[in-house]
Design a protein around this ligand. Structure first.
Ligand code: ATP
Ligand code: MG
Length: 337
C-alpha cells in the first residue's frame, strides 16, 4: 500500500523529533511517502505567513498530517496556528491517550485511558467572550449543539469498538450547567443505547477529578465537552508522568492531524536531547487511523521495550544518557522485530 501524508516538521525541537520519528516509520516499512510542508515560525520567516495556503492545500489533499510543535509569536495579533488548523479543518475530536510506560517517574503504573475531547464548541467560542462597556461585567458563554454533542459521543463509541475498549465514561456538570452540559449528557445516554457491548458510565466532572487521582484504573475511554476535556486530558497526562509521552490526535470528517501535546521547547532546541516519544506515539495513532493497526501496536511495543530494556539510549528527561537520535535508532531496531 502506498499513501502520502503531509509532514510539518515544526518549530524548536520539531525538526529533530520529526527526523527521529520518520526514521522509525521507515524502519516499520509502512509504505508512507512524505510531503513536507511549512507552518509556524519557520513558515513566517520563509513565506511571510504562519500558515501558508499551500500547506492547507496539501493537508486537504492528503487528509492526514503528522505535525511537530508550532510556535505562534506572542503579540502582533497572530491567532494560534494550532487553533486555526483545528477550525479550518473542523477537527472536532481531540483524542488524547495516556498510557503508562516503564521507567518513568509516574505515580501510577498500568494506566491506559483515552480522553476524547470535543474541540469546536463549548466554552471555546470567541464570540462568547464579552466585557461590559464599563469593564465591570465579564461574560463567557458555553454553547453546545446537539449535532456537536452527537458526533463527539459517537466518535468515542466507534473508537471504543474499533480499539476493543470496554467502557465509555461521559463526563459532565449537568447538575449546574443544566442546559449545555445537560444536552451533552442526554445525547450521550441516547447514543450509548446503540452500543450495548460497551459499558456506559456517566460522572460529574469534579468527582471525575477525584476518582482519576484515587482510582484511575476504573477508567477506559472518557468522552467530554471542550473545557472539561482540556483539563482532564492534562490531568491524565500527569498520571502517567507528564507531557513527554502524550500524543494528541485531532480528527475531523475530512482531515486528521497527529501531533505531540508538548510545545516547541526552545530551551533544548538544537541540542539533540529532545524526547521523540510523544510524536512517535502520535505516529502510532496515525497508523491506526490509516488502518495499519498491527504496525501502530508494533511501534508502541518497541517504545515500551526500549524504555524497559535499553535505558542507556533513552533521553535525559527520562533519566537516560541517550540522544533524540540514539533513542530513535533503538526504537527503530526493535520495530523491525
Ligand atoms: P511552546 O512555547 O512551544 O509551548 P514550551 O517550552 O512551553 O514551548 P512545553 O512543551 O510547554 O514547550 O515545554 C515545557 C518544558 O518541557 C520545557 O522545559 C521543555 O524543555 C520540556 N520539554 C517539552 N517537550 C520535551 C521533549 N519532547 N523532550 C524533552 N523535554 C521536553
Ligand atoms: Mg508551553
Amino acid at each position: 500500500m502506498s499513501k502520502t501524508i503531509a509532514v510539518i516538521p515544526g518549530d524548536g525541537i520539531g525538526p529533530e523529533i520529526m527526523t527521529a520519528t520518520l526514521h522509525v516509520l521507515d524502519a516499520l516499512d509502512c509504505g508512507l511517502t512524505y510531503d513536507f510542508v511549512d507552518a509556524g515560525m519557520v513558515a513566517l520567516e520563509k513565506h511571510g505567513d504562519l500558515l501558508p495556503k499551500p500547506t492547507l492545500d496539501k493537508i486537504a489533499e492528503h487528509k492526514v498530517a503528522l505535525k511537530g510543535p508550532l510556535t505562534t509569536p506572542i503579540g502582533g495579533g497572530f491567532t494560534s496556528v494550532n487553533v486555526t488548523l483545528r477550525r479550518h479543518f473542523d477537527l472536532y475530536a481531540n483524542v488524547r491517550p495516556a498510557i503508562s510506560f516503564p521507567g518513568t517517574k509516574a505515580r501510577y503504573q498500568n494506566i491506559d485511558i483515552i480522553t476524547v475531547r470535543e474541540n469546536t464548541e463549548g466554552a471555546y467560542l470567541a464570540e462568547g467572550q464579552t466585557l461590559s462597556e464599563d469593564g465591570e461585567i465579564a461574560t463567557s458563554m458555553i454553547r453546545v449543539t446537539r449535532k456537536g454533542c452527537a458526533r463527539i459521543v459517537r466518535y468515542a463509541f466507534e473508537m471504543a469498538v474499533r480499539k476493543g475498549r470496554k467502557k465509555v465514561t461521559a463526563v459532565h456538570k449537568a447538575n449546574i450547567i443544566k442546559t449545555a452540559s445537560g444536552m451533552f449528557l442526554n445525547v450521550a445516554r441516547e447514543i450509548a443505547k446503540d452500543y450495548p457491548q460497551i459499558e456506559f458510565n456517566e460522572m460529574i466532572v469534579d468527582n471525575t477529578c477525584m476518582q482519576l487521582v484515587m482510582k484511575p484504573e476504573q477508567f477506559d475511554v472518557i468522552v467530554t465537552t471542550n473545557l472539561f476535556g482540556d483539563i482532564l486530558s492534562d490531568l491524565c497526562a500527569g498520571l502517567v508522568g507528564g507531557l513527554g509521552l502524550a500524543p494528541g490526535d485531532n480528527i475531523g470528517e475530512h482531515a486528521a492531524i497527529f501531533e505531540a501535546v508538548h510545545g516547541s521547547a526552545p530551551d533544548i532546541a538544537g541540542k539533540g536531547i529532545a524526547n521523540p516519544c510523544a510524536l512517535l506515539l502520535a505516529a502510532a495513532d496515525m497508523l491506526d487511523h490509516l488502518g495499519m493497526v498491527d504496525k501502530g501496536t508494533r511501534l508502541r511495543d518497541a517504545i515500551r521495550d526500549t524504555m524497559a530494556n535499553d535505558h542507556a539510549n533513552v533521553t535525559p528527561d527520562l533519566g537516560g544518557k541517550g540522544s533524540t537520535q540514539s533513542f530513535g535508532e533503538a526504537i527503530a531496531r526493535r520495530v523491525k522485530g
